[in-house]
Design a protein around this ligand. Structure first.
Ligand code: PLP
Length: 416
């Protein structure tokens, strides 16, 4: 285990430690002593990830494309190594990350299935391409330059051909070869035996939008690129362009593989899609009441005194703030769950703390669990605060709520 000296026994808990109060919970090694004391943590339900993968597979039907799970941004805040290990064991075909660094982290965690680095930029002189290959990561490339660099590197090393996926920009206008650059790109690959085209990808811009025309257009452009590739005698390999929304809504966008992120974590990008019933949000953020006070009419709460009591109120303090990724913009808008019942925030969310008006939560006491994201069952009922709900209160999107949960919130893994 950790070689680092520590004076605090709670930080010494071995991996896979069993917390009697919480069921089976693997304590992450990176939990610092301070994390271990504060009751605020993100609980990640690994079984939910498997369940979501199965729900996606069922939806894809019998002739199903491969599923390549998207684990960028620390697996949407869930902790990439643990998510990768779970999905690898569940038989997922491959993983996708945005950054080379993210791919390296997964290889260092012992992940062996294919990992696609989608970002497509590799630093000065494309040095990152070499690192990607050395780590057995599959780089996405879209410049003739990158192909030539790989070719020189493979020749210099005398290694086998570098496997890459190419990316075409079909309408996002961010990354990838433009359609008019694509012919030159595939011509370069076709004449470069040191580089093997193993896949072709694109990315959808509007798959969750009301208008389906942009997506249809992207699918068409992608299909043309596939045809152009085959025309020059190059086999494009695995074809993929669908994110969660594309995969759910556009069967024609599924091709050989789909790249869900959000749906794997148990959230649907489409409010009306029936898959919502089968998805289980894998992450929940909980804390506890650390202080409790009664204030009189006329007294105020928090910075700027934005909440002023008009009658006697009971105020609970929770150790969660905007530095944990609980947006300040939720002040005066969001509710949290206490004893299975909603209770509104009181005053401004500060960096480390927030206040909750628990006047209408009978029995609320010091040490009670408070859920700021996810489900809670308690003596007063059962309720859920979804990432969608928090997002809609602040003008954010659920992806943003998940990825903003900060490093200060330790992730605990649950295998029910
Ligand atoms: C993030 C991302 C995805 C996954 O998107 P979701 O909407 O979370 O399913 C797929 N492909 C690429 C290129 C991405 O950047």
């Amino acid at each position: 285990m950790s070689q680092e000296p520590t004076t605090l026994s709670t930080a010494d808990a071995p991996q896979g430690d069993v917390d009697e109060h919480e069921g089976r919970m693997a304590r992450p090694r990176r939990a610092a002593p301070a994390d271990a004391i504060r009751p605020t943590r993100a609980e990640v339900n690994l079984a939910a990830l498997r369940q979501n993968l199965r729900a996606i597979e069922r939806r894809l039907g019998p002739s199903r494309p491969e599923v390549w799970g998207v684990l960028k941004a620390d697996a949407y805040g869930h902790g990439a190594p643990a998510v990768a290990r779970t999905l690898e064991r569940a038989g997922i075909a491959g993983l996708c990350v945005a950054l080379l660094e993210e791919g390296i982290e997964l290889r260092e965690a012992g992940i062996r299935i294919p990992i696609l680095v989608m970002g497509g930029y590799y630093g000065h002189h494309h040095r990152g391409l070499e690192e990607a290959l050395a780590r057995d990561l599959t780089p996405v490339v879209y410049h003739v330059d990158q192909v030539q660099h790989l070719s020189r590197w493979v020749r210099a090393r005398g290694t086998h051909a570098a496997a890459v996926h190419l990316k075409i920009d079909t309408g996002m206008s961010r990354l990838g070869a433009r359609p008019d650059e694509f012919e030159a790109l595939i011509a370069a690959v076709a004449s470069t035996p040191e580089v093997k085209m193993q896949g072709l990808m694109s990315h959808l811009a509007c798959a969750d939008g009301a208008d389906v025309a942009p997506t249809r257009d992207q699918i068409e452009k992608f299909s043309s690129a596939v045809a152009a590739t085959r025309r020059i005698g190059l086999e494009p390999g695995t074809l993929h362009m669908a994110n969660s929304a594309g995969m759910l809504r556009f069967p024609a966008a599924r091709f050989d593989a789909v790249r869900p992120g959000l749906a794997l974590y148990g959230l649907s990008p489409l409010a009306s899609d029936e898959i919502q019933r089968d998805l289980v949000p894998a992450l929940r953020v909980r804390t506890e009441i650390v202080a409790l006070r009664d204030i009189e009419a006329g007294e105020a709460v928090g910075y700027g005194h934005t909440f002023r009591a008009t009658s006697r109120r009971r105020i609970a303090t929770i150790p969660v703030g905007y530095a944990d990724g609980f947006p300040r913009a939720l002040s005066g808008k969001a509710s949290v769950l206490v004893r299975g019942k909603r209770a509104p925030l009181a005053g401004i969310v500060s960096m480390d703390l927030a206040a909750v008006d628990v006047t209408d939560v009978p029995g609320a006491a010091l040490g009670d669990e408070v859920v700021v994201l996810g489900a809670q069952e308690g003596p007063l009922g059962r309720d859920v605060v979804s990432a969608d709900e928090l997002a809609s209160l602040t003008g954010a999107i659920s992806w943003e709520i998940l990825t903003h949960i900060s490093r200060r919130v330790p992730r605990f893994y649950r295998e029910p």
